[in-house]
Design a protein. Structure first.
Length: 510
């Protein structure tokens, strides 16, 4: 044996590290080759399974068609016999019904004759009864007419008697009114003469008293004048002034007398007018009192109506206030929702793609002609122009007025597109989760096959080979070990598989 060269510890460590790296690379390479081989075998097995399942289904369908054909032929023969029996029974029933129909026609003819006879008897009875009622009606009309004429004559006589009595009463009232009027006139004339005499006597008394007063004053004045003249000449001027005052007083007295005469005449005229208008004013006062009462009643009614109207208006105002408050709350709620939608729209705007930013709305796939044809129209769809009062906006593309309900079309387009994208994403997520679950199961199966543990040894393992067969079913391992497709693989690949199984401790050949 050649002598081994002595290596330093560093060289030995480097060599071991290099060998470990080579072993790790070799293991990774073997793992990749094994993974590729298993994937290829798995795909081949899946293709074979699909082909076998398709052939099995075709063969099973052929067998089922044959069995079903026999069953249908048997059922058709049974149904044919049943149909014949039912047809014979129906024919017998039809014959029986024809006989019953003839018998029913004979009975119907007899019943019709009896009915005609009964109708004739009823017609005769009705005519006799109608004649009797007509005679009774004529007698009643004659009796009512006589009673009406008698009562009319009695009413006319009573009316004439009451009319004559009323005329007599009116004549008596007129005579009494004339007598009262003459008495009132005589009383008025006597009172007027009495008042005039009293006035004349009062005037004479005042005149005598004034004359006496003037005489006394004249005597006093003469005496005072003489005394004045005798006493001093200075008082002459005062006398002249007093003389002027006396003249003025005389003039005043005369004017007062004229005024007194006028006042006396006015009093007499006022008394005449008062006496003449007393009745008229009394009547007018009564009329005004009646009008006042009617106006008060009308005022009360208007006040009641006004109170009712105020109560009704107060209730309406209360309801309007409540409804307005509810409307304001609803509008505030909608405003909050709209603001929330706008905020969400701004947030979604940041997540839009360039295509969605450039073309936010997709074009309609159904034209107006197709809509009109679906609605049953014969010609091309005619655009119905909305009145300006009902229009809410103007379409910038078609330059037409559109209603408020058409303004949400673009919103619903984007909403539907977002909903479809969401559904597509959820569907894709479900598909990916299913694929991920399947791949995890395959990976777990592969890891269980290449690893050795107590749980793996207790379960079915694809690398535990006994008599060229694994203890795992075909659906798990893909292809049996004893399959010719596996045996014809290159020796190098089989050797690598055996080495891998030996290294993992999970492959044994017996």
């Amino acid at each position: 044996m050649p002598k081994k060269s002595k290596l330093t510890p560093e060289q030995q460590a480097a060599k071991k590290e290099a060998e470990a790296q080579e072993a790790a690379k070799l293991k990774v390479k073997k793992t990749e080759l094994l993974t590729a081989f298993l994937k290829e075998k798995l795909e081949q097995e899946e293709r074979n399974s699909r082909i076998s399942l398709k052939r099995l289904n075709e063969r099973y369908r052929t067998i089922l068609r044959a069995v079903k054909s026999k069953e249908l032929r048997k059922q058709i023969s049974i149904l044919h016999q049943t149909f014949e029996r039912q047809l014979d029974r129906k024919d017998a029933t039809i014959k029986s019904l024809v006989r019953n129909l003839g018998e029913a026609e004979r009975q119907e003819n007899m019943a019709l004759q009896n009915h005609i006879q009964n109708v004739d008897r009823l017609v005769d009875f009705h005519e006799s009864l109608q004649t009797e009622h007509h005679d009774t009606f004529n007698d009643d009309v004659t009796t009512l007419k006589d009673e009406f004429l008698t009562e009319r004559r009695r009413i006319i006589e009573k009316h004439q008697l009451e009319a004559s009595n009323i005329k007599d009463m009116m004549f008596a009232m007129q005579m009494k009114y004339e007598d009262d009027e003459s008495m009132v006139a005589e009383e008025f004339n006597s009172k007027r003469d009495e008042i005039k005499n009293e006035h004349n006597e009062a005037v004479e008394a005042v005149k005598q008293e004034l004359e006496k007063t003037i005489g006394d004053l004249w005597e006093q004045f003469t005496q005072a004048l003489n005394n004045y003249k005798q006493s001093t000449l200075d008082k002459s001027t005062e006398f002249e002034g007093l003389q002027v005052d006396d003249a003025k007083s005389s003039e005043t007295i005369r004017k007062q007398m004229v005024k007194l005469n006028k006042i006396t005449d006015s009093i007499a005229a006022c008394k005449v007018r008062i006496s003449s208008n007393q009745k008229e004013w009394d009547q007018r006062n009564k009329q005004l009192k009646t009008e006042k009462e009617s106006v008060l009643k009308h005022f009360q009614r208007l006040k009641d109506r006004m109170n009712k109207s105020r109560s009704r208006e107060r209730v309406l105002l209360t309801e309007l206030t409540v409804e307005s408050r509810a409307t304001l709350d609803a509008l505030k709620h909608r405003q909050d929702e709209a603001q929330g939608l706008l905020r969400q729209a701004e947030m979604c705007r940041k997540l839009e793609t360039e295509q969605e930013k450039v073309l936010p709305f997709y074009s309609d796939s159904i034209t107006a002609d197709e809509v009109d044809a679906a609605m049953g129209g014969g010609g091309p769809a005619e655009v119905e122009e909305l009145p300006v009062a009902q229009a809410s906006a103007v379409d910038l593309v078609t330059k037409r007025l559109v209603g408020s309900h058409d303004m949400m079309t673009n919103f619903w387009k984007r909403f539907n597109k977002a909903s479809l994208d969401k559904l597509a994403a959820e569907k894709e997520r479900e598909t990916l989760e299913t694929e991920n679950t399947r791949l995890r199961a395959i990976l777990k199966q592969y890891l269980d096959g290449i690893s050795v543990s107590e749980s793996v040894l207790q379960q079915q393992n694809t690398l535990m080979v006994v008599n060229y067969k694994t203890n795992a079913p075909i659906g798990m391992s893909g292809v049996p070990v004893g399959d010719s497709r596996v045996q014809h693989q290159p020796r190098q690949q089989e050797h690598e598989l055996q080495v891998e199984g030996s290294a993992a401790g999970g492959g044994q050949r017996v």
